[in-house]
Design a protein around this ligand. Structure first.
Ligand SMILES: Nc1ncnc2c1ncn2[C@@H]1O[C@H](COP(=O)(O)OP(=O)(O)O)[C@@H](O)[C@H]1O
Ligand SMILES: [Mg+2]
Length: 294
């Protein structure tokens, strides 16, 4: 399956702040991807760029096989998003908020009841939203994003500020959506959110990619550190050979029982590593390093 999102060399500068500094990554289709980075890393700017809400200074973006820019209108029809504060009308009840969202979207009104059911708000649907807990508001915003039955969902820090019960409810829903075959991208500045939720992880800092790959590979289960050029070709060869791999610090971390499986696959593609050593790359280690231990 082609990737759901391709971001290549994205740059964005706000006056004196460089928000995105050559950011490149891919998001696999049909998985739950955690988009992890400390505050200010560029997560929201990336989402806004992918949604066509902000225009990057340079770089290429593809979403669901379409180019952001020329095809943005077609893309927006196939995605749902909650970026920054959910845009809810506090004086209206939950159901009327979804009616407003369906009107804005131009469709989805027939899905309001099932959507309320899915996000667990059927009983609260006739209550005003200003009496909702933060978790209920977040679930209602998720419902609004789901009205158009999107293939791709962007959620910016959906777990932020929720109590453990509220977080668990959202996580359950996000997993269900991924199981339905939707591509779900969830940003967070919190390592444990991502560690307990995502199949795939992208770590960014200061507008650059730090690391990306399957959660298992990032957690370093039977991993090898492989230095080989060109890295991207090596990654593709190893993936085709069924070996999960992730880019980290100019090398690949590859999941395999034996190092010989890696060298054989690479040799088959005409590549020979200059270094191949056993290494575990704990996500925690990666994250502490990139956030300077804070
Ligand atoms: N509209 C804006 N004007 C000026 N600077 C901004 C704006 N939006 C974001 N930034 C800056 O860009 C950087 C990345 O921000 P952001 O994408 O919001 O990061 P994150 O969502 O990972 O916390 C930060 O330094 C932030 O202060
Ligand atoms: Mg943000």
């Amino acid at each position: 399956m082609p990737p759901a999102i391709v971001v290549d060399g994205l740059h964005k500068r706000y006056k004196r702040t460089v928000a995105l500094d050559g950011l490149s990554f891919e998001v696999p289709a049909g998985a739950l991807t955690g988009f992890l980075g400390p505050n200010g890393a560029g997560k929201t700017t990336t989402f806004r760029s992918l949604l066509g809400l902000t225009r990057p200074d340079a770089g290429r973006m593809e979403v669901l096989g379409m180019k952001v820019g020329p095809d943005t209108a077609a893309i927006v029809k196939r995605l749902g998003a909650v970026v920054e504060e959910p845009g809810l009308v506090k004086g209206l009840n939950g159901r009327d908020n979804l009616r407003v969202a369906a009107l804005t979207l131009g469709r989805g009104a027939e899905r309001i009841n099932e959507t309320l059911e899915f996000v667990g708000l059927t009983d609260a649907a006739d209550r005003r939203v200003d009496g909702y807990s933060k978790g209920m508001k977040q679930r209602l915003a998720l419902g609004a994003a789901l009205l158009g039955d999107p293939d791709l969902l962007f959620l910016d820090e959906p777990l932020d500020g929720l109590d453990p019960a509220g977080q668990a409810q959202i996580k359950l829903k996000l997993r269900e959506l991924a199981q339905q075959g939707k591509t779900v991208v969830v940003s967070s500045h919190n390592l444990s959110d991502v560690e307990t939720l995502a199949d795939h992880v992208i770590v960014i800092n200061r507008g650059k990619l730090v690391s990306s790959g399957s959660l298992d590979a990032l957690l370093g289960r039977s991993g090898f550190r492989v230095v080989v050029e060109p890295l991207a070709d090596a990654g593709r060869i190893l993936t085709a050979a069924g070996l999960n791999n992730t880019v980290m610090d100019g090398a690949l971390i590859v999941e395999a029982e034996e190092g010989s499986l890696i060298s054989r696959a690479l040799a088959g593609g005409g590549l020979f590593p200059s270094e191949l050593v056993r290494q575990s790359a704990r996500l925690e280690h990666v994250f502490l390093e990139l956030t300077g231990g804070s």
